[in-house]
Ligand binder design. Structure first.
Ligand SMILES: NC(=O)c1ccc[n+]([C@@H]2O[C@H](COP(=O)([O-])OP(=O)(O)OC[C@H]3O[C@@H](n4cnc5c(N)ncnc54)[C@H](O)[C@@H]3O)[C@@H](O)[C@H]2O)c1
Length: 322
C-alpha cells in the first residue's frame, strides 16, 4: 500500500500505516508538499521514481490522504503508474470530502494553467473520517461549504434547510449537522458523476457558479479561495437566471441569504466586467467561444443557458459587484 499524503496530517497517516502493517501489508510512504504546491510535474516525477524503486506493481494500491491537492496529484500518479493502479482517497478537508475526492478527476497544474493535465481515474473507494477535521482551520471549512451549498441549490434543498436551522453550526467542522451536510453533498456529487463520468451531459450541473468562479480565481491570480469565488459565481448565476426570466425572485434571493449564513462572500468587487469576460472566454470549459452557464430554472432544477443577452450579463455583474 502506497500512502501519499500531505505532511499536515502526518500523525493520522502514521496511524493508518501502522494499521496496514498490523494487517500484514507492506507500506510505502511518501509525503508531498503541503497543499497546492504539491500539484506539479516535479512531484509526480519524484513519485514515479519512488514507485519504481519500491517496485510497486499492479497488485498494489495507492491511498491518498490529504486535501484536494493531495488527492488530485496522488490520483494522477495512480492513473499513470503502470497505466493505472487502484487507489483509495482519504480526504482530510471538507472540499476534499464533498468534491475533489469524489468523481474521478485527477490532475496537476502546469505553466499553461491549473488542472489542464490530468486523467479520469475513479478511486475504488473514498473513506471520509470526520475525526480528521478537528484541526482543519475554520476558513478551510467555510471554503468547502460553498460546494455543499451548491449541492443544495442544484439537487438537494434539504441542505439549505439544515444551514438555516443552525447557521452557527454550519460554519464549523464540529457542528451538529456536519455529518448530514457532508453525506448529502457527497450523495449529490456521486449520483451525478455515476451517470456521467466524463462530463458529456448531467455532470455539467456541478459547474454551477463555476464559470464566473473560475474567472474570479484567474483575475485575482488565485488569491481568492475557490469557495469564495464559487459563492460569488452562484450569486451571479442566480441573478442571470432571474433576469432571463427563468428563476423566481425568492430562490434568487435565497442564494445571498444562505451564503451569508455560512460566512461566505456574496459578491466580488475587484474586477471589471470586461476582465471577467476575457477570463471566461479562455476557460477550458467554454465551448466554441460561446458563453455557457449552468443556471436554475427553479430550486434543484439545473439547466444550461447559452449565449445570454448582454444586458442580463451586465445586470448579473452589477448585482455581484454591488
Ligand atoms: N478533482 C476534482 O474533481 C476537484 C474538485 C475540486 C477541487 N479540486 C482541487 O482540490 C484542491 C483544493 O482542495 P482543498 O481545499 O482540499 O486544498 P488543499 O489540499 O490545498 O488543502 C487546503 C489546506 O488545508 C490543509 N489541510 C488539509 N487537511 C487538513 C486537516 N485535516 N487539518 C488541517 N489542515 C489541513 C492543507 O495542507 C492545505 O494547506 C485544488 O487543487 C483543486 O483544483 C479537485
Amino acid at each position: 500500500v502506497v500512502l501519499i499524503s500531505d505532511p499536515v496530517v502526518a500523525a493520522y497517516v502514521e496511524t493508518m500505516g501502522e494499521r496496514f502493517r498490523q494487517a500484514g501489508h507492506r507500506v510505502v510512504s511518501w509525503s508531498l508538499a503541503s497543499g497546492e504546491a504539491a500539484k506539479s510535474l516535479d512531484s509526480v516525477s519524484a513519485l514515479w521514481d519512488h514507485l519504481g524503486e519500491m517496485r510497486v506493481s499492479r497488485s498494489d494500491a495507492v491511498m491518498a490522504i490529504g486535501g484536494g491537492a493531495t488527492t488530485d496529484v496522488a490520483g494522477f500518479v495512480a492513473a499513470t503508474w503502470l497505466r493505472g493502479v487502484r487507489f483509495v482517497n482519504v480526504p482530510t478537508t471538507l472540499l476534499g470530502m464533498v468534491d475533489a475526492a469524489v468523481g474521478g478527476k485527477t490532475g496537476i497544474n502546469t505553466a499553461a494553467g491549473k488542472n489542464l493535465v490530468g486523467a479520469f481515474h475513479p478511486p475504488v473507494g473514498v473513506l471520509v473520517d470526520l475525526d480528521v477535521l478537528t484541526e482543519l482551520p475554520a476558513a478551510e471549512w467555510v471554503n468547502g461549504m460553498a460546494e455543499v451549498v451548491k449541492a443544495g441549490f442544484i439537487a438537494d434543498p434539504a441542505i439549505l434547510e439544515l444551514v438555516a436551522d443552525d447557521p452557527e453550526a454550519s460554519r464549523q467542522a464540529g457542528g451538529r449537522h456536519a455529518r448530514e451536510l457532508i453525506e448529502r453533498a457527497i450523495r449529490v456529487k456521486a449520483t451525478v458523476v455515476s451517470q456521467d463520468l466524463r462530463e458529456a451531459g448531467p455532470r455539467e450541473a456541478l459547474n454551477y457558479g463555476h464559470t464566473v468562479g473560475h474567472a474570479i480565481e484567474r483575475v485575482s491570480g488565485y488569491t481568492v479561495p475557490h469557495g469564495h469565488a464559487v459563492a460569488a459565481g452562484m450569486v451571479f448565476a442566480a441573478e442571470l437566471a432571474r433576469c432571463a426570466g427563468r428563476l423566481d425572485d425568492v430562490t434568487a434571493q435565497r442564494h445571498t441569504e444562505v451564503l451569508d449564513l455560512v460566512g461566505l462572500p456574496t459578491g466580488y468587487r475587484s474586477a471589471s466586467w470586461p476582465e471577467l469576460l476575457t477570463a471566461m472566454a479562455t476557460d477550458k470549459k467554454s465551448r466554441g467561444g460561446r458563453l455557457r452557464f449552468v443556471v436554475l430554472d427553479g430550486l434543484a432544477c439545473p439547466a444550461i443557458l447559452e449565449a445570454p443577452a448582454a444586458a442580463d450579463l451586465e445586470a448579473a455583474y452589477r448585482r455581484m459587484s454591488a
